[in-house]
Design a protein around this ligand. Structure first.
Ligand code: G3P
Ligand code: MG
Length: 251
C-alpha cells in the first residue's frame, strides 16, 4: 500500500471520493478499482456498523438511496446487507454489485499503491465500538502507514488516537473555524478535511501553512485547477480520472 508523504509534500494528491463515484456506483469495489485504474493517489470511503457488528462501506445511515433495499444499516445483519444490490440504482451495467465490508476493501488494497481515507460515519448514529473495530482491521492488514481516519465526530477522532497513537487522524469540518490548526493539534490530529465552500477562504490560506489541507468534493475543473495551483495537500473528487489528467497537464 502507498506510504503517506510527510512534511515536505509539494504535490496535491488526488483522492477518489467514495471511489470513482462520478462514473461508478459509490462505495463499491468497482468504484475503488476504477480509482486505481485511472491513477488516483488514494480513495475516500465511508463506514457504518451492521446489526451484528461488521464494518461496512456505505455513505448513508440507510440503504435506501444506494441499494434496492430499505431501512437502517444498523438494523440489518451483514448477511441481509449482502443480499442487496448496490449497483443497479446507478446503472444496469453494475447490477449485482454488493455493499463491501471494510475487511474486503483492506484485503484488496493492502498490496496496491493507494492511500485510504476511512471516514467514520458516526456523527448521526454513534456506533458503539466502531473505532476499535476499524483499528483492528487496519492492524490485521498492516496498513497503518497508508490510512487516514477522519470523522465529523471529533470525540471519535480523540478515541482513535487513544486506541492507537500512530494512526493518522484528520478533522472533518463544514464550517469556518478560527485558527483551526490549534484545534486540530489539540485533538492529536494531523490534518484538516474541509468542504469546498470555504476552500479558498482566508482560514484555509492561513491553515495550509500549518497543517495539510484536503478539500472535498471538487468536481469542477476550475476548482480542481485552483486547488492544484495552490498546492493544497489533496483534493477529493468523484471524477479522479479528470483530476489526474489535469494534474499531469499542469505539471
Ligand atoms: O470525507 C470527505 C467527505 O466524504 C465528507 O462528506 O458526506 O461526502 O461523506 P461526505
Ligand atoms: Mg465521506
Amino acid at each position: 500500500m502507498a506510504k503517506k508523504i510527510s512534511g515536505s509534500q509539494i504535490e496535491t494528491l488526488i483522492f477518489a471520493h467514495r471511489g470513482s463515484s462520478g462514473t461508478h456506483p459509490e462505495n463499491t469495489m468497482v468504484s475503488f478499482q476504477e480509482a486505481l485504474h485511472v491513477g488516483a493517489n488514494g480513495i475516500e470511503l465511508d463506514v457504518h456498523l451492521t446489526k451484528d457488528g461488521e464494518v461496512v462501506v456505505i455513505h448513508d445511515e440507510r440503504v435506501d438511496r444506494t441499494t434496492n433495499g430499505t431501512g437502517f444499516v444498523h438494523e440489518k445483519t451483514l448477511k441481509e446487507l449482502k443480499q442487496l444490490d448496490a449497483g443497479s440504482w446507478y446503472s444496469y451495467h453494475h447490477k449485482g454489485e454488493t455493499i463491501p465490508t471494510l475487511n474486503e476493501v483492506l484485503e484488496w488494497i493492502s498490496n496496491k499503491n493507494l492511500l485510504l481515507n476511512i471516514e467514520l460515519k458516526n456523527d448521526i448514529i454513534q456506533y458503539e465500538g466502531l473505532e476499535e473495530k476499524v483499528i483492528q482491521l487496519v492492524h490485521k492488514y498492516d496498513v497503518s502507514e497508508s490510512v487516514i481516519i477522519s470523522s465529523f465526530n471529533h470525540y471519535s477522532l480523540v478515541k482513535v488516537k487513544q486506541l492507537d497513537k500512530e494512526i493518522e487522524t484528520a478533522v472533518l469540518i463544514s464550517d469556518i473555524l478560527y485558527q483551526p490548526w490549534h484545534y486540530v493539534k489539540s485533538l492529536g490530529a494531523s490534518a484538516l478535511h474541509c468542504s469546498k465552500s470555504f476552500a479558498f477562504s482566508k482560514m484555509i490560506t492561513q491553515a495550509q501553512q500549518q497543517i495539510p489541507i484536503r478539500v472535498f468534493t471538487i468536481n469542477d475543473e476550475l476548482e480542481m485547477k485552483h486547488i492544484l495551483l495552490n498546492c493544497l495537500s489533496a483534493l477529493m473528487t468523484d471524477f479522479p480520472s479528470e483530476a489526474v489528467q489535469l494534474k499531469s497537464i499542469l505539471k
